[in-house]
Ligand binder design. Structure first.
Ligand SMILES: O=C(O)c1ccccc1N[C@@H]1O[C@H](COP(=O)(O)O)[C@@H](O)[C@H]1O
Length: 215
């Protein structure tokens, strides 16, 4: 599946809800910013709020909308309110194909893994997010600051676009990249000062660390 990769290591900052965090992503050159459309998340945002944030800066990072098992009505409602470049989905591969057929946007699909055998061998969307399975009592499938066992990815070199997510932060992202060779990374909790509130300083450090990492 063709995709446009940044020339450098890609960085996505997910779960933007307020101007200071969004502006830090612009200032420090994030490749993607994520808006979470999932009511049980502390980062949940309305389409209107997302559009207002997005309008603070033309161009810059691609705008990614994150959805958990969305129905078509939800996708339509959000896409009527905010312009998105990519849909990041927690859904089955079959549902992703139906969404692709109806909405036509590039899709990223989450693949939770807890063993090497669960690493995907093929990809039918534009990118796969490799992340840990959520804790048993979790109320959401991601954004839990839970780290993957990076050793599972050692030597894994798929021929499709992927991204590492889960429990990354400014202090561990360089090590995570060195161990996994991840071409792109995604962070939410690890750059927050409180649930749903991003720290501009942590965003700056995360991007610097990710771009400077050897992997
Ligand atoms: O961020 C959320 O609240 C969220 C809710 C539901 C599904 C996914 C969510 N976030 C995604 O989870 C991963 C890892 O997040 P973290 O860095 O461990 O907090 C990332 O892909 C977020 O985009």
């Amino acid at each position: 599946m063709p995709t446009t990769e940044p020339a450098h290591r890609g960085v996505k900052i997910c779960g933007l809800t307020e101007a200071a965090g969004f502006d830090a992503c612009i200032e420090h050159g994030a490749d993607w910013v994520g808006f979470v459309f999932f009511e049980r998340s502390p980062r949940n945002i309305s389409p209107v709020q997302a559009q207002q944030l997005s309008a603070r800066h033309k161009g810059g990072p691609k705008r990614v909308g994150l959805f958990v098992r969305p129905d078509d009505e939800t996708l339509e409602r959000v896409l009527n309110g905010v312009s998105l470049d990519v849909l990041q989905l927690y859904a089955t591969a079959e549902r992703a194909q139906a969404i692709k057929a109806r909405f036509g946007l590039p899709l990223w699909l989450s693949q939770p893994v807890s063993s090497r055998a669960e690493l995907p061998t093929t990809c039918t969307v534009e990118r796969i997010l490799i992340e840990p399975k959520p804790p048993a009592q979790a109320t959401r499938p991601g954004g839990n600051a839970q780290k993957l066992d990076w050793g599972l990815l050692s030597g894994w070199q798929p021929n499709f676009a992927w991204m590492l997510a889960g429990g990354l932060n400014p202090a561990n992202v360089a090590h995570a990249i060195a161990q996994t060779g991840a071409p792109a990374v995604d962070v939410s909790s690890g750059v927050e000062s409180a649930p749903g509130i991003k720290s501009p300083q942590a965003i700056a450090t995360f991007i610097t660390q990710a771009r400077g990492a050897a992997g």
